[in-house]
Design a protein around this ligand. Structure first.
Ligand SMILES: C[S@@+](CC[C@H](N)C(=O)[O-])C[C@H]1O[C@@H](n2cnc3c(N)ncnc32)[C@H](O)[C@@H]1O
Length: 394
């Protein structure tokens, strides 16, 4: 290997190691000497459904160009551009900064310095929200979201952003409704709690960051996950948090200030919403997951949807929206004010809607009932799992 390529090889190895260890923050490219207008570029990690990727954003005079590549392809792409189109590259990691620059004669020079950035930077749209949850919280380490040093693992960046966003939303809504204020503990039921990422996050935030008393139950049909979560709750001394292995519909939990169901499968979301309404919860949060009930029922009712529902993919998407609109209207008809908000960016998942319902004396229940019936007529569905559990909506 020539001396020239050694510097570059050291730089690229440092980049790969930083990504692997979770210390990578970003990489910047400057001193553009390639074809076309001047530009600079920044590479960061993004977590997609199929794992972490490198997002390389190139800034041109009038627009940005974004490439999202697998880690391997991203590193290979950077390898070919550094020292060719760009004569300067800086790797920012939580361990050190490393800069590789080339002279006019393309002589490389490698320098390292103390880290100027301390933590992996979340994507811009989530940046302001990520500090509500410290990455070194013990439950994040135990659930393998962060490593032993308290750094978010590259593959868990998406989950971490989801946790931060969720906590931000709940904190805002709790302030609005003043739920569980006073001396009684806030009671919360989480339906379909899975591995408990969001359950632990909420319990930890409420009791530790906000200093509130809290009695929280995770309902999960899978016994192995319930055992895992109960073990962790014990280890962390979370005395107000417990998990039950039971189907949502059959839980004995009937009272709650807050009911949440995040990505609970299919009609488990409806069971959770029905439970929340029945319990008179101040706040109900549902992020729907897969939906199978409405799509087969949607038909050509003469409302002009035939051109939409003849394509199976569009029919399913339409059915998802109809399902969630019906849920929102049924919540309103039950005395809740409902916001339909984006949970996480669609960049991470298409299942990103969150129904956020807060109890309100001002909900226009009759109008919501009428709108629900009109939606049924227009789209042709006959049964809705949530409606079947409520009185006076049909
Ligand atoms: C996609 S996971 C979501 C986990 C967690 N809420 C989150 O957002 O990270 C859905 C979980 O719901 C559970 N589940 C599905 N149907 C259920 C039901 N009827 N009752 C209780 N749990 C259910 C599944 O076993 C699974 O663990």
């Amino acid at each position: 290997m020539t001396a020239k390529s050694e510097e570059k090889s050291t730089f690229i190895s440092a980049l790969a190691r930083a990504i692997e260890s979770g210390a990578f923050v970003k990489l910047t490219l400057g001193k553009f000497r390639g074809q076309g207008e001047a530009r600079k570029a920044v590479a960061t990690l993004v977590d997609l459904k199929n794992g972490p990727h490198l997002k390389i954003v190139t800034s041109l005079a009038r627009k940005d160009e974004t490439k999202t590549l697998t880690i391997n392809d991203g590193i290979n792409h950077l390898k070919t551009t550094i020292g060719d189109s760009y004569l300067s590259a800086t790797l920012f990691s939580t361990e050190r900064d490393m800069t590789l620059t080339y002279s006019k004669k393309r002589e490389p020079r490698l320098s390292t310095g103390k880290p100027t950035l301390k933590a992996a930077q979340p994507a811009a749209h989530d940046r302001s929200k990520s500090y509500l949850v410290a990455p070194d919280r013990p439950y994040l380490k135990a659930l393998q979201v962060s490593d032993e040093e308290g750094r978010i693992k590259p593959s868990m960046q998406g989950k971490y952003r989801q946790i931060c966003r969720f906590i931000e939303i709940v904190e805002g809504l709790l302030k609005e409704v003043g739920a569980g204020s006073g001396n009684t503990p806030l009671s919360i039921i989480d339906i379909g709690s899975g591995k408990g990422y969001l359950t632990f996050a909420l319990y930890d935030h409420l009791t530790t960051a906000l200093g509130r008393m809290c009695q929280m139950t995770g309902i999960e049909v899978r016994g192995d996950l319930v055992d895992l979560c109960n073990d962790l709750a014990r280890k962390l001394d979370f005395s107000g948090l417990a998990f039950e292995a039971v189907e949502a519909q059959h839980t004995s939990q009937k009272r709650a200030d807050v009911v949440i169901a995040l990505h609970a499968c299919d009609t488990a979301t409806d069971d959770a919403l029905a439970l929340g309404i029945g319990a008179g919860a101040e706040m109900i949060l549902g992020a729907p997951c897969c939906q199978h009930e409405i799509a087969p029922q949607i038909n050509d009712t003469g409302e002009g949807f035939s051109g939409l529902i003849k394509y199976p993919l569009l029919k399913q998407r339409q059915a998802d929206l109809v399902t969630d609109a019906a849920r929102a209207l049924l919540l309103e008809a039950s005395g809740y004010k409902v916001k339909v908000i984006e949970f996480v960016s669609t960049e991470h998942t298409s299942k990103n809607i969150l129904l956020a319902a807060t109890k309100s004396a001002n909900a226009n229940r009759e109008r919501a009932r009428e709108q629900y019936r009109a939606l049924k007529r227009a789209t042709g569905f006959a049964t809705h799992h949530l409606a079947s559990q409520l009185k006076d909506v049909e």
